[in-house]
Design a binder for this molecule. Sequence first.
Ligand code: HEM
Length: 126
Amino acid sequence: MIGDIATREDCERLVRAFYERAFQDDRLGPVFVDIARLDLDAHVPRITSFWETVLLGARSYGGGAFVPHYELDQQVPLTSELFNRWVALWTMTVDQMFAGPVADDAKRRAELVAGAFAKRLAELRS
Ligand code: HEM
């Protein structure tokens, strides 16, 4: 039986598995690889801290998560379709690795953040 997300290490494993999938994805891959040129080694600790803070109540993440997406949106429109794909891959990855209330929260929070980012970007574009 698979367990729930319980530690920072769990968050990191989840984040790494997600990016592995996202980098290979037809739609999201080019955004991460060609446009953002995401440096995973630099990025993983920050995004792990984000999830550790959101899901486990740690205070390891500070700062605004929105701004890098606003900057990226200037180069390639981060459409709702792209955010939906992000959420679909995240949900698949969570389901494959974890089960329980925190895993459910991880899926719900991703959907909420994606919806909020997409809405704010659309407003800023218009
Ligand atoms: C279309 C969907 C998305 C794309 C293409 C995307 C891409 C990126 C990129 C390229 C960065 C790194 C920016 C940089 O530091 O140079 C980043 C940072 C980040 N993303 Fe996303 N992202 C997406 C959706 C999301 C969603 C839905 C969440 C949350 C649920 C999220 C959470 C974060 C966080 C926490 C950071 C780190 C910000 C920081 O450095 O403090 N992203 N994203």
